[in-house]
Write a protein that binds this ligand. Structure first.
Ligand SMILES: Cc1cc2nc3c(=O)[nH]c(=O)nc-3n(C[C@H](O)[C@H](O)[C@H](O)COP(=O)(O)O)c2cc1C
Length: 202
């Protein structure tokens, strides 16, 4: 039976939405059934789908060093579910994207993991070895080039248009693990978190 994953994300300007689509593509390539939900719409359909999910993956841009206000509104709106233990024992994971290479993204992932913990969910970390400048032979095209562990981090230059650079968002994000493809300005998408088991840890 296919694992049912819901991706609950906010994206103010489209960059984190591209990351969400890459995460969805990774999960689908591993055989999961995936639904994407923009959490700026807090309707019955959202809560119903999340209730049915085996796993919920949270996504938000990092704004002012934490999850966006829209994501936090969603988190607070889930409090009736918290009261009923509705998401208890579901699998949780998270991703974030920001303009800075660091950008205080870790705080966003910590916020998400605490949010999941409040719901009694089981947080799944990135489980990818560190890439990029972690070693002198690393490359900007490595998986996990931002070398985080709690969740998937992506970086989008603040002047890069989410829709037009490059033209095909999902395939561009996949260039993270297809070195022959053109580089994306939104790298380290973390989609492969959900599509492969790494050979080993650092
Ligand atoms: C209100 C606001 C606050 C931001 N704060 C940060 C920040 O703390 N760190 C950072 O690296 N980038 C920050 N950024 C840049 C965004 O994280 C970046 O542009 C991101 O790609 C936007 O994602 P989105 O298109 O999904 O909204 C901020 C942008 C906005 C609009």
């Amino acid at each position: 039976m296919s694992v049912n994953i819901s991706i609950a994300y906010h994206s103010g300007f489209g960059h984190t939405e591209r990351q969400a689509r890459a995460v969805a593509a990774g999960a689908e390539s591993a055989g999961a059934t995936v639904t994407l939900h923009d959490v700026t719409t807090l309707d019955d359909a959202l809560w119903s789908t999340l209730a049915d999910a085996d796993a919920i993956i949270f996504g938000s841009p990092t704004y002012m060093g934490t999850a966006s206000a829209a994501f936090q509104t969603f988190a607070e709106a889930s409090s009736p579910i918290w009261a009923d233990g509705g998401w208890r024992d579901k699998i949780a994971a998270g991703f974030t994207n920001s303009a800075g290479i660091n950008g205080d993204k870790l705080n966003t992932l910590e916020t998400m993991s605490l949010f999941a913990a409040q719901h009694g969910m089981t947080w799944v970390s990135l489980a990818l070895p560190p890439g990029g400048q972690f070693t002198t032979t690393g490359s900007e095209d490595d998986l996990n080039r931002l070398a985080g562990f709690l969740g998937a981090m992506a970086q989008s230059p603040s002047d890069a248009d989410a829709e037009n650079a490059p033209a095909t968002p999902i395939s561009a994000l996949r260039s993270t693990w297809e070195p022959a493809s053109p580089r994306s300005p939104c790298r380290s998408s973390g989609a492969e978190q959900f599509s492969r088991v790494p050979d080993g840890r650092p």
